[in-house]
Design a binder for this molecule. Structure first.
Ligand SMILES: Cc1cc2nc3c(=O)[nH]c(=O)nc-3n(C[C@H](O)[C@H](O)[C@H](O)COP(=O)(O)OP(=O)(O)OC[C@H]3O[C@@H](n4cnc5c(N)ncnc54)[C@H](O)[C@@H]3O)c2cc1C
Length: 405
């Protein structure tokens, strides 16, 4: 007999892990299924991610409400200033959270720490079973249940949530089409030590090759995300650390003094991928499985966490049987459309504007940046997006713990 759960979440990454935490208070049996082997709490083991993730204030509030922030807060750094500039052109935009009476524009959190903290948090909930390692390799979809097959015993569930990433096995297996636009860009990500004081500033610099972001880490260290055309990224990934550091320094300039001590570099090919459906019968797609965005502006996970907040509210309230839940899931999916579309449009346009070589557009960009520095109203639009868009009134995003009906 397959093990039976009320809800099975496939994918124990940022999104699946957070959703499991948000549902933990429910009197339901929940399985969180992850293909990677378990990592230990001290950071050793299978899960390796050198990135730091920029979390919007609303996302931070949500982790606070879930009781996860206690573990990650001490490893986080508040972003207090934003500096956007265009190398070799006039115009820069500077924003300081003190001018907006805000604690910061968001927080930098080590990706690895976030995932391990979610796993640790889930250990305290008996109704959640973390099934790991278990790679889902087949699905049987019935009118009243879904059966998952993998390397172990089959798993049966009333509701399946696919949080299995960009190349979602579940989305593909169920034949849910996705629209994909390849950017032909790769993000090179890593950490670097700097001479100067970053003053908790996030720098977005538009270089000839592509946008380069430097994000504040503890001490005199910064994380970098350098978005480049695929061929240039391939060439730079093949260089020695010394050579790469030199290129990075030339692209960024000397605003933070000399760069030294570069960490491991990782490369991420970039595309925009949007699933044509996010709810199909007893299956809900969420996170990168539903939409994968360009990393410019650090919107993707923050957007997915707004999905998590809304979806967990739908699942936490009401006990209206299979018909009622499917209506509410459809309402959830259509209710999320406008936030998702707006965020996709914003990152897509931002990427286009800041990578185009069109002489008119790139000149306008310089003027635009100079104007942004001078027009508080436009600053406020950027502020809204970086702090987490109050487009959702979900309790978790307001910092209220989940409540079960
Ligand atoms: C360079 C870069 C920088 C970024 N920086 C930011 C940022 O600063 N802020 C921000 O908001 N967003 C950022 N993002 C986006 C962020 O990384 C994504 O939003 C996030 O990873 C999505 O999480 P997820 O859980 O949906 O998917 P994933 O992180 O891909 O997790 C999917 C999980 O599913 C598991 N899985 C897959 N298939 C199976 C299977 N068949 N069976 C069982 N398990 C399976 C995988 O092992 C994995 O653990 C960045 C992205 C990139 C590329």
């Amino acid at each position: 007999m397959p093990r039976h759960y009320d809800i099975a979440i496939v994918g124990g990454g940022f999104v699946g892990g957070t959703l499991a935490c948000a549902l933990a208070a429910m009197p339901r049996r929940i399985a969180l299924i992850e293909s990677r082997p378990v990592s230990s709490a001290n950071g050793t083991g299978a899960y390796r991610d050198e990135r730091s993730i920029a979390l919007a204030l609303a996302s931070k509030r949500m982790f606070d409400a879930l009781g996860v922030w206690e573990q990650i807060g001490s490893h986080s750094i508040a972003i207090q200033k934003i500096h956007i500039s265009d190398r070799g052109r006039f115009g820069a935009m500077r924003m300081d959270c003190r001018n907006h009476e805000s604690e910061g524009f968001g927080y930098m959190v080590p990706a690895e720490k976030l995932v391990l903290s979610l796993q640790e948090h889930l250990r305290h909930h008996e109704n959640i079973q973390c099934i790991q390692p278990y790679k889902v390799s087949d699905i049987e979809s019935h009118a009243d249940r879904v059966i998952l097959h993998g390397e172990g015993e089959p798993i049966q569930t009333d509701l399946l949530i696919a949080a299995d990433g960009t190349h979602s096995f579940i989305r593909n297996k169920l034949g849910i089409p996705a629209n994909e636009k390849k950017y032909h860009q790769t993000a090179i990500v890593g950490n670097v030590s700097v001479d100067g004081d970053h003053q908790f500033t996030a720098y977005e610099r538009f270089t000839r090759q592509g946008p380069l972001t430097l994000l504040p880490h503890a001490g005199n260290n910064c994380g970098f995300v350098w978005v480049l055309p695929d061929s240039i990224a391939r060439e730079l990934m093949a260089r020695t650390d010394e050579d790469f550091l030199l290129q990075l320094q030339q692209a960024f300039g000397y605003r933070l003094g000399y760069f030294s001590k570069i960490g491991k570099r990782s490369a991420f090919p970039l595309s925009l991928l949007v699933s044509q459906r996010r709810v199909q019968e007893r299956v809900v797609l969420i996170g990168n499985a539903a939409q994968t965005l360009h990393p410019i502006g650090a919107q993707s996970l923050n957007l997915a966490l707004r999905d998590v907040a809304e979806l967990s509210e739908v699942l936490n309230t009401g006990d209206d049987g299979p018909d009622g839940i499917s209506e509410r899931l459809c309402a959830y999916a259509s209710g999320r459309q406008s936030d998702i579309k707006r965020t996709i449009r914003l990152t897509d346009i931002f990427n286009f504007l800041f990578t185009t070589n069109d002489p008119v557009l790139s000149r306008t960009r310089g003027i635009g940046l100079a104007m942004l520095g001078a027009i508080p109203l436009l600053e406020n639009i950027i502020l809204r997006q970086s702090t987490g868009v109050p487009s959702s009134v979900a309790n978790l995003l307001q910092g209220n713990p989940p409540q079960s009906a």
